[in-house]
Design a protein around this ligand. Structure first.
Ligand code: FDA
Length: 306
């Protein structure tokens, strides 16, 4: 695990640090780079613009670790509204959700019931719901909940696998076998050695191996990375193995390598951008800061300049 990432994620919970992120105008500018706005209307506006350039989208209403059924239910209402509004606005109804925002901390059944409410609407509007993968304390339960939901809604729900996890290879095999749509990512949380590979080089190697396996045998896998080496490798591997571009997609985050997103789209590849919106942006934002030392140093400078 990268030291900068661990340090940023470690201090981000301190109230003083949070206050700077939330109030300092320069730090807020960086928030705007990664977040499409605080309301669904803001996100729809950004989404329409990207869609007009051929970019596919997945909308993420921000929030995680809610601790009441009322908050979880409010998240369901927000997501159902998002699916319907996307359909009404001629945008693909594609969303990404976190099970802890749907009440997983209150018990698996709460999250399952809430997911079913969302998936019934997704099914009705011919939409798709990706379950994001959170910290490793949740992995096993998330996979179990996902498989139950996938049995009921095979066309409407997909999962994320984090290449840094030791268990990732087995999960990829299992998901290929059940024909589930997988988004492959490196992994964004600070995880211990017991569950996750620590060296960047080895995470990248594992990503490459899993990516090739998914491209060979998976169901429309999403290669979700901004890493130019891995993207080049995917394109090269596809070409050599006659895997046509309609069989997989690239995914990137809103605000990260934007010109590359457009370049890949223009070159004939599917490109989906993860578009987060909402007022609960803090945890998502700190993970984006932690991913890149220059982002962390930028924020640090703002804090020292105060
Ligand atoms: P890497 O971190 O090596 O970055 C490669 C290059 O990309 C960097 O050199 C830099 O140029 C650029 N870059 C990457 N991140 C940047 C940033 N924040 N700011 C500026 N430049 C940046 N994780 C998870 O644990 N669960 C999940 O459900 C998801 N979901 C998800 C969806 C999508 C669509 C994407 C693209 C990513 C995720 N992630 C995720 C996050 C993922 O695990 C990972 O932390 C980030 O994608 C960064 O890793 P890269 O693969 O981009 O490589």
């Amino acid at each position: 695990m990268n030291i900068t990432r661990r340090a940023v994620l470690g201090i981000a919970d301190r109230p003083k640090v949070r206050e700077v992120f939330e109030t300092n105008p320069q730090a807020r500018k960086l928030v705007e780079r990664f977040i499409a706005g605080e309301t669904l209307d803001d996100a729809l506006k950004v989404g329409r613009d990207l869609a007009s350039q051929g970019i596919d989208l997945t909308f993420d209403q921000l929030g995680e670790n809610v601790n009441s059924e009322a908050a979880a239910s409010a998240a369901v209402v927000g997501y159902v509204d998002t699916l319907r509004q996307l359909r009404a606005n001629d945008l693909e109804p594609n969303i990404s959700v976190k099970l802890t925002m749907l009440g997983m901390d209150l018990g698996d059944q709460v999250a399952i019931d809430n997911m079913v409410r969302i998936l019934e609407v997704a099914n009705e509007v011919n939409g798709f719901v990706r379950i994001d993968m959170e910290g490793s304390d949740y992995t096993e339960r998330t996979m179990r909940i996902f498989t139950g939901l996938h049995d009921r809604f095979p066309e409407n729900v997909g999962i994320v696998i984090q290449a840094y996890l030791h268990r990732a290879a087995q999960d990829v095999i299992d998901m290929i076998e059940r024909g589930a749509r997988v988004r492959l990512v490196k992994g964004a949380y600070a995880e211990p050695e017991s569950v996750a590979i620590q060296s960047k080089k080895e995470v990248d190697e594992n990503f490459r191996m899993l990516m090739r396996h998914l491209m060979d045998k998976g169901t429309f896998p999403a290669i979700a990375t901004h890493d130019p080496h891995l993207i080049d490798d995917a394109i090269d591997y596809a070409r050599k193995n006659t895997i046509t571009p309609d069989r997989y997609e690239f995914q990137m985050l809103y605000g990260v390598r934007t010109s590359e997103q457009l370049r890949l789209k223009k070159a004939g590849y599917n490109m989906r951008v993860y578009l987060p919106f909402g007022t609960e942006w803090y945890a998502y934002y700190t993970r984006r800061i932690a991913e890149r030392p220059s982002n962390a140093f930028f924020v640090l400078r703002q804090m020292l300049d105060r």
